[in-house]
Design a protein around this ligand. Sequence first.
Ligand code: UDP
Ligand code: MN
Length: 323
Amino acid sequence: MKSVLVSRFFILLPWILIVIIMLDVDTRRPAAPLTPRPYFSPYAVGRGGPRLPLRRGGPVRGAEKRNESRQQPQPQPQLPTIYAITPTYSRPVQKAELTRLANTFRQVAQLHWILVEDAAARSELVSRFLARAGLPSTHLHVPTPRRYKRPGLPRATEQRNAGLAWLRQRHQHQRAQPGVLFFADDDNTYSLELFQEMRTTRKVSVWPVGLVGGRRYERPLVENGKVVGWYTGWRADRPFAIDMAGFAVSLQVILSNPKAVFKRRGSQPGMQESDFLKQITTVEELEPKANNCTKVLVWHTRTEKVNLANEPKYHLDTVKIEV
Ligand code: UDP
Ligand code: MN
């Protein structure tokens, strides 16, 4: 009796296996491409339902459900363009800084990089870099007058204004497309989440900045969804005690305040942000981001000055290398 059961089992076994394999092949999803996107963004599909994509592109591996895999992609509502104005100047670390920045920006959907060189002409290094960066960009230049190139004076005033002027000119004849502007210094560190937060700016939005003002962070103080003051270790009497990396402005606000610029006259370092924001908004109007300004999503990092003590005075190498 036992041997009959065992022999029947072995006769049926191959058939059972064949049926299992057929079922499995039929329902298997199409294989994901080898490199669907260069980088998996943890924010593209987050907890609590779908969020705005950082960058539109191929499917996120494993994110789609079985039955949806053959559906056409749904048309997405138009994302506001993020315009990032970056002043930059020639120094040994410049290309390294720009490389880190481009690597971040490349993960962000619908971002336009306005790179403004502090120089009398566009440099070859930056031109070549931008051409290969794979980002929608505009390359501007304006030199800081020599008299303003002193310690203790605000930096990059002319460059930020050149970026503002370009934006206003580009949009002067058409109805403003949805857009958001922010000032992205070339040495700071930006989380990808920051761009999702600023993208929904209606007028002027604000958030905390890490490693700034002699503290671990500075932040707007929020009560009932409104900014009511500033947590800062430096000149708390500033009307907007916030770093350049701590706010974004809608394109609409930039266009409807055509005279708002960064001023040289009467402006001290550290007051630039306040002087600018005073021209376009009020504290009551500010929109707190980053969970009511309780999350640090950007850091005011500063790059150490490189040691070139052993750099030869005259060119010694057999090749010329761009660094
Ligand atoms: N910058 C510039 N010209 C200068 C000094 C600075 O264009 O002579 C740029 C710099 O590349 C950066 C921004 O201005 O994007 C702010 O400068 P920095 O990071 O030195 O200022 P801090 O960190 O002290 O705010
Ligand atoms: Mn800096």
